[in-house]
Ligand binder design. Structure first.
Ligand SMILES: Nc1ncnc2c1ncn2[C@@H]1O[C@H](COP(=O)(O)OP(=O)(O)O)[C@@H](O)[C@H]1O
Ligand SMILES: [Mg+2]
Length: 356
């Protein structure tokens, strides 16, 4: 019988119990009054009132204690969650419908919380990994620049000092022939190191890019890095001379630079095609294709790429709202396609001259 009553909503249970008490009090009290007619009515009233009150309080207390027991469970779970344990769940029993619903909602909330927490943890781990990669790439780049400066500059400067000394000695001895030789050597080394340092500077940040724009800078790269390494290059540009925002120019330049670095480092290619289309009003596209070894792209698509290069290329393109696609397979060469949205030319022109 108790089980049957428990399925009722709490409000009805309370009403029922209290009605029962009032009913019992009324019938029992009336019967007792008849039997105990000789007693003083004040004492009787007090006794019945006290009994009725006691019974009512007791019954309501028991009922509420039992009915609200699930609330204590919810409270315990809430405390555990607050302490950081998001795996716990409330036990949902079919007792009081309102509490059952509360338990279910509470658990659903915890499911969401757990899901979000896990997602945040995952993305934090990925960010940490990438930051680590970016930092070590930066360090590697600095090491490379230091190495180049060391090889190109220090050697030449040391040689210059030697020739300068030789020239000084020759002048002191009045040996014009030796002086001439030392001067010629001095000049040659100085010119070589000038070229070397210019190349290092241009590689760091080509003034061509700022002065003449993307197409010129890409041509320069193709010549100075690919052709000089014996790789045949065909650069096709449409819309030559169009200038883009420095952000887009730099992004595209760096991406093409990394693509060329990868070709030199990994592809063993003999021929490279670079297409740059600046002629479309609302988008810039670029394509870099090599006839080299190619590689398996799938693991890089899954996001657990080893190299920071391909990741950096994609990130740079994404940052300016564009897309990058890599098409490659072992033995088939590699094709990289980039598309970056830009403001239509007309719009840029109106923006440049706001006062009409
Ligand atoms: N043009 C290419 N030809 C052949 N393999 C390539 C080419 N570009 C990239 N790869 C492959 O993809 C890998 C990842 O490239 P990347 O992310 O730039 O890293 P890294 O150049 O530092 O190795 C390279 O190690 C290489 O195996
Ligand atoms: Mg690379």
């Amino acid at each position: 019988m108790e089980g049957g009553m428990r399925r009722w909503p709490l409000v009805y249970q309370i009403l029922l119990v209290n009605s029962a008490i009032v009913f019992l009090g009324a019938t029992f009290g009336t019967a007792m009054t008849r039997t105990l007619a000789s007693q003083s009515s004040a004492a009787l009233t007090a006794t019945f009132a006290a009994l009725g009150l006691l019974l009512s309080v007791l019954a309501n207390y028991m009922l509420l204690r039992v009915a609200l027991r699930p609330l204590r469970g919810l409270q315990t779970v809430a405390e555990l969650v607050t302490a950081g344990n998001i795996n716990v769940r409330a036990a949902v029993k079919e007792e009081e419908p309102a509490l059952t619903r509360l338990g279910i909602t509470f658990n659903a909330m915890l499911d969401r919380l757990e899901e979000n927490t896990r997602a945040i943890e995952r993305s934090r781990a990925v960010t940490e990994q990438l930051t680590q990669k970016v930092l070590s790439a930066q360090e590697e780049e600095r090491r490379r620049i230091a190495r180049e400066l060391h090889d190109e500059t220090l050697q030449s400067l040391a040689t210059l000092v030697i020739y300068a000394d030789a020239a000084h000695n020759a002048a002191k001895q009045g040996d014009t022939e030796a002086l001439g030789e030392a001067h010629a050597a001095l000049r040659q080394v100085a010119e070589l190191s000038l070229t070397g340092i210019r190349a290092i500077i241009a590689d760091l940040r080509p003034s061509l890019l700022d002065d003449l724009g993307l197409a010129a800078a890409v041509r320069w790269q193709a010549q100075h890095r690919l052709e000089s390494a014996g790789v045949r290059v065909d650069v096709q540009v449409r819309g030559e001379g169009r200038r883009l925002s420095p952000l887009v120019e730099t992004a595209l330049y760096r991406v093409i630079q990394e693509a060329i670095t990868n070709i030199l480092k990994h592809a063993s290619a003999s021929y490279v095609e670079i297409d740059l289309d600046l002629s479309q009003p609302d988008r810039i596209t670029a394509r870099i294709e090599d006839n080299g070894t190619g590689f398996e792209v799938a693991p890089f698509k899954a996001g657990d790429a080893e190299g920071v290069g391909l990741f950096g290329m994609r990130e740079r393109v994404n940052l300016v709202g564009g897309e990058l696609a890599i098409d490659s397979s072992p033995g088939e060469g590699t094709e990289i396609r980039i598309a970056v949205p830009v403001q239509p030319v007309e719009q840029l022109e109106t923006m440049a001259s706001p006062s009409l």
